[in-house]
Ligand binder design. Sequence first.
Ligand code: NAD
Ligand code: UDP
Length: 312
Amino acid sequence: MPHKRILVTGGAGFIGSHLCEKLLNQGNEVICLDNLFTGRKENILHLMSNLHFEFIRHDVIEPIYVECDQIYNLACPASPPHYQFDPVKTAKTGVMGALNVLELARHCKARVLQASTSEVYGDPEVHPQPESYWGHVNPNGVRSCYDEGKRMAETLFFDYHRQEGVDIKIVRIFNTYGPRMRPDDGRVVSNFIMQALRGEDITIYGDGKQTRSFCYVDDLVEGLIRMMNSRDGFTGPVNLGNPGEFTMLELAELVLKLTGSASKLVHKPLPQDDPTQRRPVIDLAEKELGWKPTISLADGLEPTIAYFKDRL
Ligand code: NAD
Ligand code: UDP
C-alpha cells in the first residue's frame, strides 16, 4: 500500500490512539486531531517523538483545513456518562463533526471513514443485527444525542456521496474494549475491572441478563483499516464487532475469575433505554474485507486487566 497522509479525528482517545499507532507502523504520516474531552495526551505520548506524527488540539464542530488523503472520523465521546454529560455538545459533535470532515474530504478529494455505531440499531427488535436493519431508536431519550447524532452523520455521509461524489466508508462499531480505556470511563468493561481490582462491589445494572458482544481493540483497528482500503464503490455500512454474545452477569463472573477478586455483585437501576440485546451479523465484513475477530473475550480481557493494574 503506498504511504498516505492520514487525518484521525478523536485520535487521542481509546480506539483512535491504537489506530494512529498502527497507521504510523505501516509507514503513513498521521495527523491526530482531538479536543481532549475524553482523550488524553498520555495515550499518544509514545508517538509524539515520531516525525511522521502531528497532534492538533481542535474541536470538530469548527471547520478543519489540512491536506490529507484519508480521514478517519472518530471524534465523539462514546461512553454513556460522558456523552450524556453535555448532550447538546454530543449532538453537535456527531452532526457538525460529520459535516466538517465531509467538507474537508470534498475539498481535498480525500476518502473519509465514519465511525458509526451499533447504537443506530437502538434497542433492537431484530436479533442478531444485520446492516439491513433500520433500528429501533428513541428519538428523544437520554441516549438520543449520541444515537441520533450518529444516525444523522450516516445520512450526511450518504448525501455527500450521492450529491457531491465524496468517497465514503461507514463502519458500525459494536462494543470495543482494551488497554487505554479510561479507568473512570463508565463503560461496563472498565467499571467491572476497576471494581474487581479495588475489591469494590461489581455494579450490575438491572438484572444483568442484557447482552453485549465485545470486540478487542486490535481486531477492531484491523477492521477499520481494511474498510478504509476496501474496493472503490463499497461504502458500507458494515458491522465490525465480535459475534460472541455475553450477559453482563457472565462478563462479571469472567472478570472475577481472571482477576481472582472476591468482589460481590450488587444490582443498580437499569439506565433509561438500555438495549436488552446486541450481537452483530458480520457476514458482510467477512465477504468484503476478509475480516473477522481473532481474539476471544477471555484473551482480550487479560491485557486489559494488566493495563488497569498498572494504573492503580
Ligand atoms: P473515546 O471517548 O476514548 O474517544 C473519543 C475521542 O474523541 C476522544 O479522544 C475525545 O477527546 C475526542 N472528541 C470528543 N469530542 C470531540 C470534539 N468535539 N472535537 C474533537 N475531538 C473530540 O471513545 P472510543 O471508544 O475511542 O470511541 C471512538 C469512536 O468510536 C467514537 O466516535 C465512538 O462513537 C465510536 N464507537 C466506539 C465504540 C466502543 O465500544 N468503543 C462503539 C461504537 C462506536
Ligand atoms: N453496565 C452494568 N454495570 C456498569 C456499567 C454498565 O451493568 O457498571 C451495563 C449497561 O447497563 C449496559 C451494558 O453494561 O447494559 C453495556 O454498557 P456500556 O455503558 O458499556 O455500553 P452500551 O450500553 O453503550 O453498550
